[in-house]
Ligand binder design. Structure first.
Ligand code: GAL
Length: 648
């Protein structure tokens, strides 16, 4: 396993470079990422390139056997560029130009930007094409879906719509535009969601498509950069780094033409007081592994206390620097690159702490990082192992957009039930894949399909087939609600899944921040919140009923036999222990072996290869944990990871 750091030589006096590189080598750093924001130093004046400093630092690092990830610096064009082409700055929702001096504010569809970006990418990739130290290219930095509202982008958006619908009449039909006299009679009338009105006043069908366009627009840019890089560096791997941002692109589309996934991983440094909150990044890591269904990189990993856009938060407590990186390995990362080597002394991010503080005196966190480098090196044997799983959770970027557009009820967001179900099954020491709902699911035994909100014929068909062939599927509230255009379906919920579930929703009660309760057939009572689907079983049996409200006694959770398999439907959002109980029942039925006895938030996963199994047991809590697992007594300090390699 490989550990790296994000390094910004352009931020530091040259006199520090060699000492930094020496310390990197001494501690065991194997990879350094460079230059994603360095355009103004690489092309200080138009057409005058200065690669001298980059050559020098690449030389210094490679002399010490450190490999490089080079970035295209397109996130921040220099000020001289904006002075000459003020239109290349993004246009905001209110029609105003974004301020220069921040980052990521260039319009990725602007012709001048693209011309200059092409020139610097071409110059850079030609220059370093034969440099064996460069092992990968990163495209830009944390590219978000394109929400620029300039004339060029409006044109792009209309072309996207034309390609999808051909006529405005088809757009009107798809969106149901006869509401509020919203029917278009020409393409020119279609505009992006401008203005100060909350987006919630706009048609959700239109908003969903706008999000899809915004994602496709950035994917087009990524693919364009990817082709430019490959032209000069056909054998070097290419990636881009992503995070879970508000304007999230569709990860599956984003990485289609790239070689590997990179994820920026900043788990919390302050564990929540509320034990019902799922804070583990295990879900995110599993989702990243699922994008290409193979090992991935963390391109930025938590290294210190975080601040800048928000007030500073807690510094990572002892164990977190090492534990959170090892957790990423345990979930399929091959390489973890820490952000950043040293904390910046200037700029908006000066309080987003790196491994070394402003003082440049390596301290507690750095010591822990050095230990991590040693432990990671000892895990080399595990590198070519894979994570095998009988359980998949389905994720859909479109559903996530649709939930952001219409949050359904107070406190509800798309991923919460994903997190809850993930952590419930993880409690039994099982690997879990998080995959696109468009994937083939036939290899799994259990498929968890929370909030299948927008319907898709092929996905529905696969779920029926999977269940009929003996699989177990778990569906939840807010499934089958919309067609693919985000319009409600005129049938009783869960519409297309009604037969699979063997029950229908008679009425629902979005209880939001209120709480209610359900009662299982054994008499046990569990709290529930957010949403209550009042179920009417047809062929299904009732597992739990509501214990309060006017629907007391009506079904809340059902179980239906469908072909050789089983479909569960959870109509409400419950406290964690209910999901754990349900997960255990489902595992017993499915015959999947599992372990019991893991304390809450102690995570157990495995990586398997030819004749080798690595077991990772991670105490993702701030308390000492003592427990027995398969007759073995285990004690773990806060954030400690126990790794056992069997065979090999
Ligand atoms: C990431 C970004 C980095 C840095 C870091 C800390 O989102 O890619 O460049 O800004 O956050 O703020």
């Amino acid at each position: 396993m490989i550990i790296g750091v994000d390094y910004y030589p352009e931020h530091w006096d040259k006199s520090l470079w060699k000492a930094d590189a020496d310390l990197m080598r001494e501690s065991g750093v194997k990879i350094v990422r460079l230059a994603e924001f360095a355009w103004c130093r690489l092309e200080p004046q138009e057409g005058n390139f200065d690669f001298g400093w980059l050559d020098e630092i690449i030389g210094i690092l490679s002399e010490r056997d450190i490999k490089i990830v080079l970035c295209t610096p397109t996130n921040c064009p220099p000020m001289w560029f904006y002075e000459k082409y003020p239109d290349a700055v993004q246009t905001e929702k209110d029609g105003r130009k974004t301020n220069t001096g921040i980052r990521g504010h260039r319009c990725i569809n602007n012709a001048d930007f693209l011309r200059y970006a092409e020139r610097i990418i071409d110059t850079m990739t030609k220059r370093y094409a034969d440099n064996k130290a460069i092992i990968a290219w990163q495209i830009d930095n944390e590219l978000e879906a394109n929400f620029c509202f300039c004339e060029t982008c409006i044109g792009k958006y209309r072309s996207w719509l034309k390609a999808r619908y051909t006529t405005v009449e088809a757009v009107n039909k798809a969106y149901g535009n006869n509401m509020w006299s919203g029917e278009y009679s020409s393409w020119e009338q279609i505009k992006p969601p401008f203005g100060s009105y909350p987006d919630a006043w706009l048609n959700p069908s239109y908003m969903l498509d706008y999000n899809r366009y915004a994602s496709d627009s950035v994917v087009e840019h990524i693919n364009w950069q990817q082709e430019l890089i490959r032209k000069n560096c056909p054998d070097t791997a290419i990636t881009t780094n992503v995070w879970f941002c508000r304007n999230m692109p569709n990860f599956y589309d984003e990485f289609k033409k790239l070689d590997f996934i990179s994820y920026d991983n900043y788990p919390t440094t302050r564990l929540p007081d509320n034990s019902e909150e799922c804070y583990s990044h295990a879900f995110h890591l599993d989702l990243m592994r699922g994008v290409k269904r193979k090992g991935f990189w963390v391109m930025e990993q938590l290294s210190g206390g975080l601040g800048c856009w928000a007030p500073m938060g807690r510094t990572p407590s002892p164990g977190m620097i090492k534990g959170y990186s090892l957790q990423a390995f345990a979930h399929g990362a091959d390489t973890v690159v820490h952000f950043r080597w040293r904390t910046a002394v200037s700029g908006a991010e000066m309080h987003w702490h790196g491994l070394i503080d402003h003082s440049n005196v390596p301290g507690r966190r750095f010591k822990e990082f050095s230990e991590l480098c040693k432990e990671a090196a000892a895990l080399e044997a595990v590198r070519n192992t894979e994570i095998r799983s009988d359980i998949a959770i389905l994720y859909s970027p479109d559903d996530e957009y649709a939930f952001k557009i219409q949050p359904q009820t107070n406190g509800m967001y798309y991923m919460e039930q994903h997190f809850l179900l993930h952590s419930a099954f993880a409690k039994y020491g099982l690997n879990i894949d998080v995959i696109s709902r468009l994937e083939d699911i036939s290899r799994y035994k259990i498929v968890i399909a929370p909030q299948m909100y927008l319907t898709d014929e092929a996905v529905t068909k696969r779920l029926y087939e999977f269940t009929e062939n003996g699989g177990t599927v778990v569906l939840t509230n807010r499934s089958g609600v919309k067609d693919e255009n985000n319009k409600c379906i005129m049938e009783q919920l869960p519409t297309v899944y009604r037969k699979l579930v063997g029950a229908y929703v008679e009425e629902y009660d979005p209880i939001g921040y209120d709480t209610s309760s359900i009662r299982l057939t054994d008499g046990s009572i569990y709290k529930c919140r957010q949403w209550c689907d009042i179920l009417c079983p047809e062929t299904a049996e009732t597992i739990a009923v509501y214990d309060e409200e006017f629907y007391k006694g009506k079904a809340a959770i059902t179980r239906n036999s469908c072909g050789r398999g089983t479909a569960y439907y959870i109509g409400t959002v419950c406290e964690k222990k209910l999901y754990c109980k349900l997960a255990k029942d489902i595992l017993l039925e499915s015959g999947i072996p599992f372990v019991e006895g893991l304390p809450d938030n102690v995570e157990f996963t495995t990586r398997t290869g030819d004749g080798i199994i690595a077991r990772f047991i991670f105490n993702n809590t701030s308390k000492n944990q003592h427990f027995t697992l398969d007759k073995e007594e285990i004690s773990l300090a806060p954030f400690e990871m126990k790794i056992d390699i069997i065979g090999g």
